[in-house]
Design a binder for this molecule. Structure first.
Ligand SMILES: Cc1cc2nc3c(=O)[nH]c(=O)nc-3n(C[C@H](O)[C@H](O)[C@H](O)COP(=O)(O)O)c2cc1C
Length: 655
């Protein structure tokens, strides 16, 4: 459509109803200043243009680049390398060709501040988060000139809104930045913007936030929410509708958390609650800065490193990661496995470690396929079952193959130990899982109320062994990482599936064996962990499963192969949005009973394993070679999980 056919009254007629005609025409006469046309400024401009505002003062000195694509209005292929201010002016003129612009193409600074705010009815802040100095200057000038000034900050998947209105608390009085170092100013700005810090709960990778490098993560949803929030308050201010919260009051809406909080911080950052919050954030940041360099991941440089970078996400009992890699050439590497039989009662014959190593091989095979390679595995000494060494050779595939469909699930697959939905598994999903284990294996499903009760009784019996023998105490002491959400070499306490009181009790008890004994004897110490870790999850799931080997496994190679089937099963479950928790202790204790292996000095508990075996055989329909057992169900993925050691730490050079 040509610009001369444009008709303001038609273009913005659908605003009518929420504003009346007189108000719409008033909006047309208003001038809004927007500093910054990046993350939120572009969306502000386009939203306010669609609201029918007729005049803008805009400032920006940047050009569009690819890293702006995730969120910035106007950031797209045709605009890369172009001035943001020109692109956004064009886009806005495409909505209202009658717009009047005063452009500040070298940004706002102390010299043009007066011109930038000349004739302005409202200032909408959209400066870069890190541009603290100029932001202070603009807000101070607005206060001096009696111009209402608002800011809507994109935080996580939400928006934090503050308004500084004429004659009320000023930006400086609220944030209290004067005389502070830059780091501290940024911290104060962040905590002042979002006293509720709703976004902090769901940041999944804090390495992406780097205040020193002036970099932080962002989302497109937050920018659009900001435009909505700022646009709404712009309308209320410009039409004098009232009810705009002014600092020290603020609003924080978080779409991810389904939460809206109205904040009130008299004295701004000098408020005792803010001072406490600042102290906590400062401590967290300094702990983050002092993280050991070996925990920092480096980008894999070669094909083998890329394959191993996937491989290391294989699951292992208690997250022990019992493997190291030696890269021999660009087509050959060696896996040195080191089982945990000398300290882990769950791994007395090294079979759990071999099953884990099998999951590693499956990851290698999938990751190699994604590089157009086939991985072949050779056990150096097939007769050895302790510390097997595996040579991996990579050969080019003759035909081009599709990207392996399970590849994207290698890193996101994780244990979920919390209760799951009791919705039965869909038939199509069961069939996909049956197919995934492949030939040589079959699945036993344990479903329905009665069967789930039976298996839960079994789990409780295994727990009564697990939680009361000193041999297991030694393992739990070693493998739980207390007070963390993520752990690269253990299991975080928050991923155990117990509530915080029970976790605290477990932490206290695990300081010494005598504490465990005392708690168990006088205070029924196993009751809460058994209810939370076994009873409730045992019943609250879609189904339990056992992966069975058609031919009983004998050699190390058989156990490795079993592990590969486990990984195909688990990755497929992840793809189907099913959560999984292994339930290996009943299986492990009953195998010990079958093999006549002594695993504890406690004769009663050794005998309990015999009963467990009979019950498990009854549930499996007779004696079977059970490779893996667990529960499955629909539900959200775990928010706390085990991570992995960095590849650098897993690489070795053997002589
Ligand atoms: C052979 C094997 C046995 C396991 N046994 C159990 C188990 O009995 N209970 C449990 O909650 N998790 C069990 N796990 C899960 C591991 O603890 C988990 O894979 C590891 O901590 C890494 O965490 P992630 O899978 O969430 O990445 C087992 C894993 C493997 C490979």
């Amino acid at each position: 459509m040509l610009a001369e056919h444009f008709d303001y009254d038609v273009a913005f007629s659908r605003n009518l109803g929420w504003v009346n005609e007189a108000e719409q025409h008033l909006l047309r006469t208003k001038r809004i200043a927007i500093a910054g046309l990046g993350g939120v400024g572009g969306s502000h401009l386009l939203t306010l243009t669609r609201l029918g505002i007729g005049n803008f003062n805009i400032a920006d000195l940047d050009i569009f680049e690819q890293e702006n694509f995730n969120r910035q209005a106007g950031a797209s292929l045709p605009h890369v390398g172009r001035e943001k201010i020109d692109v956004l002016q064009e886009l806005a003129l495409g909505i209202n060709p009658e717009l009047n612009f005063h452009k500040f193409s070298s940004g706002v600074d102390a010299n043009n501040l007066d011109a930038f705010l000349d004739g302005v009815d409202l200032y909408v802040d959209a400066l870069d988060f890190f541009a603290v100095e100029i932001r202070r200057a603009v807000f101070a000038a607005c206060a001096e000139k009696g111009i209402p000034a608002i800011t809507a900050a994109p935080l996580g998947m939400g928006v934090a809104f503050l308004a500084f209105l004429p004659g009320q608390m000023s930006f400086e009085e609220y944030f209290r930045l004067a005389g502070r170092a830059e780091d501290e100013q940024l911290l104060r700005f962040l905590l002042g913007l979002s006293p509720a810090m709703l976004q902090a709960k769901y940041l999944v990778d804090d390495t992406r936030l780097d205040l020193n490098a002036h970099k932080g993560p962002s989302t497109p949803m937050a920018c659009e929410l900001c435009a909505g929030m700022a646009g709404t308050h712009a309308l209320k201010l410009l039409l004098n509708r009232g009810d705009v919260p002014a600092a020290p009051r603020g609003l924080h809406f978080d779409a991810y958390r389904n939460k809206m909080v109205k904040t009130w911080r008299p004295m701004g950052n000098d408020n005792p609650i803010q001072r406490l919050g600042l102290k906590i954030v400062r401590q967290r940041l300094s702990a983050k800065m002092s993280e050991t360099p070996e925990n920092i991941q480096s980008t894999p440089a070669t094909v083998i490193e890329r394959i191993l970078d996937y491989a290391r996400w294989a699951p292992s009992g208690d997250n022990t990661q019992p493997w190291q890699f030696e890269i021999v050439s660009d087509k050959h590497f060696v896996i040195y496995t080191r089982d945990t039989r000398n300290w882990c009662v769950y791994d007395l014959a090294g079979r759990a470690s071999q099953t884990s190593a099998g999951t590693l091989l499956e990851n290698i095979s999938i990751a190699a396929l994604s590089e157009g390679l086939e991985a072949s595995f050779t056990l150096r000494d097939p007769a050895v079952d302790a510390e097997p060494v595996i040579d991996v050779l990579l050969t080019a595939l003759s035909q081009h193959t599709e990207k392996p469909p399970l590849l994207p699930y290698i890193q996101v697959r994780s244990v979920q130990r919390l209760p799951l939905s009791t919705q039965p598994l869909m038939e199509a999903h069961k069939q996909a899982l049956e197919k995934a284990v492949g030939s040589g294996y079959r699945l036993i499903w344990i479903e329905g109320r009665q069967k789930k009760w039976q298996i839960t009784r079994l789990l409780l019996r295994a727990a009564s062994i697990r939680l009361t023998i000193p041999e297991v105490y030694e393992v739990h002491k070693k493998i739980i990482h207390w007070g963390v959400q993520f752990s690269s070499d253990r299991i975080p306490d928050q991923a155990l599936g117990a509530d915080s009181v029970t976790v605290k009790m477990m932490k206290w008890a695990l300081k010494s064996w005598s504490r465990v004994k005392m708690l168990n004897r006088y205070f029924a110490g196993t009751v809460m962990p058994r209810i939370q870790l076994d009873l409730i999850p045992g019943l609250r799931c879609g189904a339990h499963f056992i992966i069975v080997a058609d031919t009983p496994r004998v050699k190390t190679a058989d156990y490795l192969d079993g592990g590969r089937a486990v990984q195909r099963f688990w990755l497929t479950a992840t793809k189907l949005h099913l959560q999984l928790q292994p339930e290996m202790t009943p299986l492990i204790f009953s195998t010990y009973s079958r093999e006549g292996r002594r695993f504890t000095d406690n004769a009663d508990k050794q005998a309990a394993a015999d009963t467990l075996r009979l019950e498990l055989d009854a549930l499996s329909g007779g004696e079977v070679d059970a490779v893996f057992m667990g529960r499955l169900g629909y539900g959200a993925a775990a928010s706390s999980r085990s991570l992995r050691k960095p590849l650098q730490q897993l690489k070795t050079v053997k002589k």
